[in-house]
Design a protein. Structure first.
Length: 266
């Protein structure tokens, strides 16, 4: 029976797009000793010519989310429970499709996209997973984020609706279950640490969440359009608190997935 990743490669080739590198090669020969630790991809939103949201005090989303992702990476690497890479480590533009392909090519176990967007009247952290139906706020945020390639001067090819439907029907169910599990852990970790948006876990069609085989979440760590959120996100100690909460969520996810040693107690 074909593995899901191999089947994804066949379908992507049928759609006249190059399949991910993992689908082009045979199964890798395992290294001597323990299996490699699971790989977590952190995705700081925006970058380069695309600043993302800009707060009333001039705070740029691309700067805030990069700093938060760097702190999260430090914490995860210090835990010793996973490998970590970032879609960008500096102020450069990365296309939406490039972010997804970055994670797919490396066979990531988890994809975490970090944002601090703008939305009238919204305040607090929230987490998003892929969904066909969304509320007004989630839908508006998805449309805004999905324009990032245009802001950076790029457009990415998209699969036809027919092929997307096939991919979704064959691979999305398990991936969505993992994404939802991660989203619940993020909400639980953030709760009591930072203000949360009501209905904290929401669903929308964010382009960066569409890797068919990688559980993926998009975390809004606050809204730069809100003066209180902006003031908090400008503080290093607040960003460190957010990063610690996200680190615990990632470690819990990996432990429960049986791909990482159990979390230490005490």
């Amino acid at each position: 029976m074909l593995r899901r990743r191999e089947l994804a490669g066949i379908l992507l080739a049928f759609a006249a797009l190059p399949p991910p590198a993992a689908a082009q090669t045979s199964r890798r020969t395992p290294r001597q000793g323990a299996a490699p630790k699971p790989l977590v991809v952190l995705d700081p939103g925006h970058g380069g010519r695309d600043p993302g949201a800009i707060g009333t005090r001039g705070t740029r989303e691309k700067t805030i989310v990069l700093a938060t992702a760097q702190e999260l990476r430090r914490l995860l690497e210090a835990s010793g429970r996973c490998r970590v890479v970032m879609t960008r480590t500096g102020d450069r533009f990365v296309s939406l499709g490039g972010r997804v392909e970055f994670a797919r090519r490396r066979e990531a176990a988890l994809f975490v996209s970090i944002h601090a967007d703008s939305a009238p009247g919204a305040r607090g952290a929230s987490v998003y997973t892929l969904g066909e139906n969304s509320d007004a706020l989630a839908g508006a945020l998805a449309r805004r984020e999905n324009q990032a390639d245009r802001a950076g001067g790029l457009r990415t090819p998209s699969l036809s609706p027919e092929v997307q439907a096939i991919l979704l029907s064959l691979m999305r169910a398990e991936t969505r279950a993992g994404s939802a599990r991660m989203a619940r852990l993020v909400v639980d970790s953030l709760d009591g640490e930072v203000p949360l948006l009501p209905n904290t876990h929401r669903r929308a069609g964010f382009a960066v969440l569409k890797a068919p085989e990688i559980p993926s979440v998009l975390v809004e760590i606050g809204f730069l359009s809100n003066p209180q959120d902006e003031a908090a996100l400008r503080r290093r100690d607040h960003r460190a608190k957010v990063a610690r909460a996200l680190s615990l969520a990632v470690q819990s996810y990996l432990a429960r997935a049986g791909r990482s040693p159990a979390l230490a107690t005490g």
